[in-house]
Write a protein that binds this ligand. Structure first.
Ligand code: AOF
Ligand code: ZN
Length: 360
């Protein structure tokens, strides 16, 4: 399974489909149980085929692994398929993997995570009904972590939401006269671009679009456009007559005419967007937090003091300290002179915040 995870990681982190890996083991493997093989090493195991999913519309991991075995001229009848996600049971962009495994004569399927996608799930039951032995839940926590935003988005039926804040040490995003370039360091901005290249949509409010005329593209450290460009989404009713950079090369520009975060997410869910990055401004970020529609907060903090000027976040409706939105820190990263704090919403248990867990 560890090797299947490695294969899955080769797939793209963005896009409507999950990252999935599959390894097909010779029939005698699970009988001999070569437990002395180091974790993740396939050297000592009889692998008949391996594959991973390369993005929506391409073969699923199981089909890719079966094709690799076929290309190598090996017989997979009676073999074990180790898959990071339950084989699908539907015809979507491609056919059902459950049938492909049955037709190939696979005898046993080992799965990390059950498919949370109601449209595609059911593969385990179909396989069992056909006489295939199925084991699920192997290294499931690691499998869910690998599926990341996709897993949460598909389970909740709405995109996973990351809010990005970038501010001075005193929580400001611009000086009193509105100038804001640059508060955070080049290292922080580079880091933010790597995240942009992994999400499906960048979301800003009309206020930010009109005031900053951002390009909302994912760029490489050399300043070129990254291979994958997320959708550029502007939320709000105002027309965008003068935006220039948003019209230049990059992801498709979409305006969602609403102020309700849930409606924004519903519109993007229809487009199979799994992960959105809300980049501001303060009003839109606050609206998502007030609606309880934030899964992760990325706060870039620069050792800069402004003492005046707008804040990173608008009114959350918190009037007294007991109402504070307390998050659970997950990661702290130093980026040049700056610090990135990644935190997630918590559930408060006896005054202590604990991270909200995503379970099957
Ligand atoms: C993948 N790759 O390796 C596996 C998937 O639209 P489709 O036909 O590509 O189906 C996508 C669904 O299939 C996906 O949401 C997930 O539930 C299931 N399994 N998908 O893209 C794979 N095994
Ligand atoms: Zn499939």
């Amino acid at each position: 399974m560890t090797a299947a995870f490695e294969l899955a990681r080769r797939g793209p982190a963005h896009g409507p489909n999950p990252r999935v890996g599959c390894v097909i083991l010779a029939p005698e493997h699970h009988v001999r149980g070569r437990s002395h093989a180091p974790a993740g090493s396939l050297d000592d195991i009889d692998v008949l085929g391996a594959g991973w999913h390369r993005g929506a519309g391409t073969p699923h991991a199981e089909v890719a692994a079966l094709a690799a075995a076929r290309a190598a001229g090996v017989d997979v009848r009676g073999a074990t398929a180790v898959v990071t996600l339950e084989p699908c049971d539907h015809t979507g962009r491609t056919g059902p993997c459950s049938q492909a495994l049955i037709e190939a004569g696979i005898a046993r399927v080992v799965v990390a995570v059950e498919d949370p996608n109601p449209v595609a799930s059911g593969g385990a039951a179909t396989l069992r009904a056909a006489g295939v032995e199925v084991v699920t839940g192997v290294l499931a926590d690691e499998g869910r972590a690998l599926l990341g935003a996709w897993y949460v988005a598909v389970r909740r039926g709405r995109p996973f939401v990351t809010i990005k804040l970038a501010s001075s040490l005193d929580g400001r995003v611009a000086a009193a006269d509105g100038t804001s370039r640059w508060i955070t360091s080049p290292e922080s901005r580079r880091h933010a671009h790597t995240l942009r290249a992994e999400v499906d949509a960048l979301v800003v409010g009309t206020g930010t679009a009109l005031a900053d005329d951002p390009s909302l593209t994912a760029r490489t450290p050399a300043g070129e456009l990254a291979e994958h460009q997320p959708l550029r989404v502007v939320v709000g009713y105002r027309d965008l007559p003068d935006v220039n950079r948003l019209q230049t090369a990059g992801g498709e520009l979409v305006q969602v005419r609403t102020h309700a975060p849930a409606e924004v997410l519903a519109a993007l869910h229809v487009r199979e967007v799994r992960h959105v990055l809300v980049e501001g401004g303060p009003t839109l970020a606050a609206a998502f937090l007030r609606a309880g529609l934030v899964d992760e907060v990325h706060a870039y903090v620069a050792p800069v003091l402004l003492g005046a000027g707008p804040h990173a976040l608008g009114d959350l409706g918190v009037s007294t300290i007991s109402g504070a939105v307390r998050l659970v820190p997950r990661d702290v990263l130093r980026l040049g002179p700056d610090v990135l704090v990644v935190s997630v919403p918590g559930t408060t248990v006896g005054g202590q915040s604990t991270a909200r867990h995503e379970e099957s």
